[in-house]
Ligand binder design. Structure first.
Ligand SMILES: *[C@@H]1O[C@H](CO)[C@@H](O)[C@H](O)[C@H]1NC(C)=O
Ligand SMILES: *[C@@H]1O[C@H](CO)[C@@H](O)[C@H](O)[C@H]1NC(C)=O
Ligand SMILES: *[C@@H]1O[C@H](CO)[C@@H](O)[C@H](O)[C@H]1NC(C)=O
Length: 318
């Protein structure tokens, strides 16, 4: 019976709702009054009825739920629902929350059979002979650039066309730019934010280094060149000759108290040579001059493993 009623009023539903009311019962009965899903906005609309708001969601493949504020006829369509974004579902006076799947898809009229993509919305074309709908860009998608933290978005932020969101850089990244992402009319984000991996400042970086002997071209300076690659041939690491003791030294050019020393061990090269075990019995000593580098700092027994980051703590912070 319900199905029959729907087909009697195909896509004039929006204006001729009364005869179809029976079929909308499931949606209305599951409304969550006094609730709203926060910060998952695709788009918002002013001066629309609640049913138009639901229909807007039905014709937008990415939409999963709606928030509606009756006092201002204000509609928000969301790209999550209260199950997928549990922590964003909250009490909010005057609002109504509703899930897309509680409404019959037929409410979308011609658009219920649309083949629009995930970042598109279906719009009715009333006077077209061949097609009763068209697909138009709806949003820029959820930004996925590495290092961006979307937990700092604001309540009014949305991913829809011509909307913008506020983002910041995740822990371990440093930020430059205004922090706004703008969804352009071509469906692509304009990032006014750059998140770069924060590399901890290496005290030894670029400082003068020496070693007891040099194997091939692998000078002492390659241990402090900032390149963390571990392929001896490709990345050019420091490498002495055989059998040296006290092999390597760096001049920090100022007085520091040393809490730890980090060494990255040699990794595999293209010949699949694994000599990582050679890093063993490592004693780190420090001193105020080149001729008195005898104060114990820390020790690593080893043997090392391939590309191991060895952190040698200096308990007394000499
Ligand atoms: C919420 O969205 C998910 C994923 O799209 C869906 O599986 C689920 O049925 C939706 N509704 C509810 C009430 O969980
Ligand atoms: C959608 O497609 C189905 C199956 O092809 C058809 O029965 C139905 O009438 C179509 N609905 C609309 C609104 O075009
Ligand atoms: C954002 O918050 C969620 C839940 O509160 C958390 O699981 C996630 O790791 C956070 N993301 C970042 C990049 O901090």
């Amino acid at each position: 019976m319900l199905q029959f009623q729907i087909f009697r009023c195909p896509w004039f539903l929006i204006s001729v709702l009364v005869p179809c009311y029976g079929s909308l019962q499931p949606g209305f009965s599951k409304l969550q009054r006094g609730h709203r899903l926060d910060r998952k906005l695709i788009q918002s609309f002013t001066e629309v009825s609640f049913l138009d708001c639901v229909i807007e969601c039905l014709v937008t493949p990415r939409c999963k739920s709606v928030n509606y504020y009756k006092g201002a006829n204000f509609c928000e369509i969301n790209y999550e629902n209260k199950t997928t974004a549990e922590t964003r579902y909250m009490e909010s006076a005057g609002w109504v929350y509703s899930e897309k799947e509680h409404w019959p898809q037929e409410l979308a009229g011609a658009c219920s059979n649309s083949t629009c993509g995930i970042n598109q919305a279906c719009k009715h074309k009333r006077y077209s002979a061949d097609k009763f709908f068209e697909c138009v860009l709806s949003d820029c998608g959820i930004p996925d650039q590495k290092g961006i933290d979307l937990n700092t978005t604001r309540r009014e932020d949305a991913i829809g066309i011509h909307r913008r969101i506020h983002a910041s850089c995740a822990d371990g990244y440093s930020q430059s730019g205004s922090g706004w992402l703008i969804c352009q009319s071509n469906g692509e984000w304009k990032y006014n934010i750059v998140c770069e991996v924060t590399v901890p400042l290496e005290l030894a970086f670029g400082k003068p280094a020496e070693q007891s002997s040099t194997y091939s071209t692998h000078g002492a300076e390659f241990a402090v060149d900032g390149n963390r690659g571990t392929d001896l041939i490709l990345d050019n690491c420091a490498h002495t000759g055989d059998g040296d003791t006290n092999p390597w030294m760096v001049d920090l050019q100022a007085v520091y108290s040393i809490k730890s020393v980090r060494i990255i061990n040699r990794g595999m090269d293209e010949y699949e040579t694994d000599v990582s075990f050679r890093l063993r019995d490592v004693t780190v000593t420090v001193g105020l001059t080149e001729f008195d580098v005898n104060t114990p700092c820390g020790f690593f027994a080893g043997p090392g493993t391939l590309s191991q980051l060895v952190v040698i703590d200096c308990p007394t912070s000499p």
